[in-house]
Design a protein around this ligand. Structure first.
Ligand SMILES: [Zn+2]
Length: 336
């Protein structure tokens, strides 16, 4: 694990003392390291060499890492959509009660090889209300040999769920820690600093970007297109909204969310630049454009658009009509 030392230490101590919890909720932004922490916990509970402090080398640790350990199950949106036709998979917006029932049957079984049966439920923020209610009883009284780890991109779940879990909120890491981790992997210091800034402290995002440089190119193109929309105005905005709405309906929801996040980061950077706090800026490679934008727009206008972008993402997550939500943004671009 890189970072989150406090969480690792808490988990290590409670496993060592034999008073580990049976239901956890790991919350925090996407790409911050929650799923990896859940995997490490499953390894710590089942390691053959060093329980509580997984060796990552024994058979149990390696099988958990590969996803082939019979007592550790990882469920989530991807698992739920597996085997569906692409258009059916695209329509999956929440975790369904059938998914919950399936893992409830699974977790009721005694461990087959390991010491504990572990269920890692990714995307828990997308539990339907029905599915969430169905899991309350299991969360309250899991079998004594079972550990449930909910992994969610927010801790904004049903209060009845949250109150039954031990909640660990993972925060983005300091930029310098992300940069140091990248340098330790052989990245040039200047590139590491840039990637760390773009990552917003999400180490998982930065490591994925290292493996997929094409994602960084796409990010650059997306940002250039957003800036062109600002330069060209409403008609370009409406065209952009139509394209994104189509992507959204075709199942590329996460891509659309990445556009919104990028756009929101841009305007947050404009705000930070205008407010004289450039050290927090994400788009450190575009300081000149940020300064120009900060000079053209007043704080209230920039702030309003940051808030509007946040609401748009929220409305999409609540099943708002993508065309309407995105066109609304295009109609309210900050003035040129
Ligand atoms: Zn091990």
């Amino acid at each position: 694990m890189i970072g989150h030392e406090w969480a690792v230490e808490q988990l290590r101590r409670s496993i060592g003392a034999g008073r580990d919890t049976h239901a956890y909720l790991f919350g925090g932004p996407a790409g911050v390291g929650k799923a990896l922490l859940a995997l490490r916990l499953a390894q710590a509970l089942n390691c053959e060499q060093r329980p509580g402090d997984p060796c990552l080398a024994c058979r149990a640790c390696r099988r958990i890492e590969r996803g082939s350990h019979p007592d550790v199950r990882v469920a989530g949106m991807a698992a739920q959509a597996a085997g569906l036709k692409p258009d059916e998979a695209a329509r999956q917006k929440e975790l369904k009660i059938a998914t919950v029932r399936e893992w409830q049957r699974d977790i009721a079984l005694r461990p087959y090889e390991g010491r504990r049966r572990v269920l890692i439920l990714l995307d828990a923020e997308r539990l339907s209300e029905e599915a969430a209610n169905a899991m309350l009883k299991t969360l309250e009284e899991p079998p004594p040999y079972a550990t449930i780890v909910l992994v969610a991109n927010s801790t904004d779940l049903l209060p009845t769920i949250v109150s039954r879990c031990r909640v660990l909120r993972l925060r983005p890491l300091p930029r310098r820690q992300v940069a140091a981790a990248l340098e330790a992997r052989g990245v040039e210091p200047a590139d590491a600093a840039l990637l760390a800034a773009w990552s917003g402290g999400r180490i998982g995002w930065a490591l994925t970007a290292l493996e997929h440089p094409e994602a960084l190119e796409r990010r650059d193109e997306q940002l250039a297109e957003l800036l062109a929309v600002h330069a060209q105005g409403r008609t370009a905005g409406m065209r952009w909204a139509e394209q994104r709405a189509r992507e959204y309906r075709n199942g590329e929801q996460e891509l659309v969310f990445s556009w919104l996040e990028l756009w929101q980061n841009w305007w947050r950077d404009v705000l930070l630049t205008a407010a004289g706090c450039p050290e927090g800026v994400v788009n450190v490679d575009r300081r000149e454009a940020l300064e120009q934008a900060a000079a053209r727009h007043n704080l209230a206008e920039s702030y309003a658009f940051v808030a509007r972008l946040g609401r748009a993402a929220q409305q999409l997550r609540e099943n708002g009509n993508p065309q309407l939500v995105l066109e609304h943004l295009a109609l309210h671009l900050p003035g040129r």
